[in-house]
Design a binder for this molecule. Structure first.
Ligand code: GLC
Length: 446
């Protein structure tokens, strides 16, 4: 009896141990919860859907999305807090095309895993892939690329007698004014042109487009020449300052991407400068549930040109990388490879009109049919103007903050561009040190 009781207890204990072991094992596997830090601009429900597809395909790994702020400048601040604190709270990080040099020391080198997983790196646009390699270290994989575009209302162009979108900034000014004057009669909220004038990274992009298209160079040239203080750049910024309160709302100096999109999508602007993501949303979103007043009534074109005779689109885009402090670097890397793979990039192009980083997708028939501008504007994307992030590396953000602060001072009437850029040149010299010399733009657009 006693013996039987002992053996019974033993059996119970063994079974319990086995069960617990099993549960513990299962719990351990399930316990892997990756946190991915993702941007919050645009239709983020579609990013959730992509993450859900990964979770479904990878039992035992869960993924939580941690939403970033909207402004790229603020996003960098949050990422630097996580990484500075060596926090294991974030595994995968979505980061901007301008930050590999800043983030590199605190990110996993994905190079070995890229080889092990036999990722076809040759399928990416080389410039986009290589932009993430810092001193031989693969800091991230390009997820989508970006380029500034001119959105315009096709119905209004027709109504006011214009056959084509503006080819030059001067034409844009005339057209925006004429359409605005006409539309304001029945819609007091209507404006000619909306864009990103807030004091943040987005303004660096808009302003770089104005000055490059005017032959004013790249702020700091590829060879390290600090070129921003030149007549063409100054004229381009002064020109934009005149738009504020005239063809653009006074509040445009507080606008980011989503502010501009909201105005345009509500039918309250003739023209908008924005990134490709606004296209699907303007047409009601991939599932037709996004409220829009302009469905089928707009199109996109390259941005207008200034004195250079050519328009310029700022090169943007986002990468995925793994924090050096992740407790699950292998699983995190798996998630990065999944999301940046061709299949997910294709879906992203279709449902969010985000530009792929994989070259073959630009001739993909489904994408060409559903989002025609992606195939139509390939030269614009291939020739987009990079910000000076490679040459200034870890100092890029300081350079950009100094630049957009100077430009914002001009837009808000605190300064004129001549004074602001003379001061900026001094600040940039100080910031960048002796290796960087002041000079003329080395590569004026022709
Ligand atoms: C877009 C671009 C990014 C840029 C940002 C500025 O997200 O992809 O590169 O820095 O806009 O607002």
């Amino acid at each position: 009896m006693f013996k039987r009781k002992v053996s019974f207890l033993l059996t119970v204990a063994i079974v319990a141990a086995l069960m617990l072991g099993g549960v513990a094992q299962r719990a351990r596997a399930e316990d892997i919860t990756l946190k991915i830090f993702l941007g919050s601009v645009g239709d983020i429900a579609k990013d959730q859907a992509a993450v859900d597809r990964f979770v479904k395909a990878n039992p035992g790994i869960k993924v939580e999305i941690v939403l970033a702020p909207q402004s790229a400048t603020d996003i960098l601040g949050v990422i630097q807090q996580f990484l500075g604190a060596k926090s294991a709270d974030i595994d995968v990080i979505q980061f901007d095309t301008i930050w590999p040099g800043i983030l590199s020391p605190n990110m996993v080198d994905l190079g070995p895993a890229v080889k092990d997983a036999k990722i076809d790196t040759g399928a990416f646009y080389p410039a986009l892939y290589n932009n993430n390699i810092v001193d031989g270290k693969v800091v991230g994989i390009p997820w989508f690329t970006d380029a500034g575009l001119m959105y315009y209302r096709t119905d209004l162009l027709k109504k006011y007698g214009y056959a084509k979108p503006p080819a030059t900034w001067a034409e844009l000014e005339t057209m925006a004014q004429k359409i605005q004057d006409g539309e304001k009669a029945t819609n007091k909220d209507f404006w000619g042109y909306v864009w990103q004038g807030n004091s943040y990274e987005g303004l660096t992009c808009d302003a770089l487009e104005w000055q490059v298209s005017n032959g004013g160079g790249y702020i700091v040239e590829k060879d390290g020449t600090i070129s921003v203080n030149n007549a063409k750049a100054i004229a381009a910024i002064d020109r934009a300052a005149k738009w504020v309160g005239k063809i653009s709302p006074p509040g445009v100096t507080k606008y980011q991407e989503e502010d501009a999109r909201n105005v345009f999508q509500a039918g309250n602007a003739a023209f908008m400068r924005n990134w490709p993501y606004a296209y699907v949303l303007g047409n009601g979103g991939a599932d037709g549930k996004t409220e829009t007043k302009i469905k089928g009534m707009f199109d996109v074109a390259p941005l207008p040109s200034g004195d250079s005779g050519k328009g310029a689109a700022a090169l943007g885009g986002w990468q995925l990388g793994v924090s050096a402090y992740s407790k699950h670097p292998a699983e995190a890397t798996k998630l990065v490879f999944f999301l940046t793979g061709a299949e997910e990039q294709k879906t992203k192009a279709l449902v969010q009109s985000n530009l792929p980083t994989i070259k073959a997708l630009y001739t993909d028939a489904d994408i060409a049919k559903q989002i025609p501008f992606i195939a139509n504007l390939v030269p614009v994307f291939e020739n987009a103007s990079p910000r000076p992030s490679t040459v200034t590396a870890s100092k890029y953000n300081d350079v950009s903050v100094a630049y957009f602060t100077a430009v914002h001072d001009v837009l808000t009437g605190k300064s004129d561009a001549k004074t602001a850029f003379a001061d900026l040149e001094v600040s940039l010299k100080q910031l960048l040190g002796d290796k960087f010399k002041v000079g003329a733009p080395a590569t004026p657009a022709k």
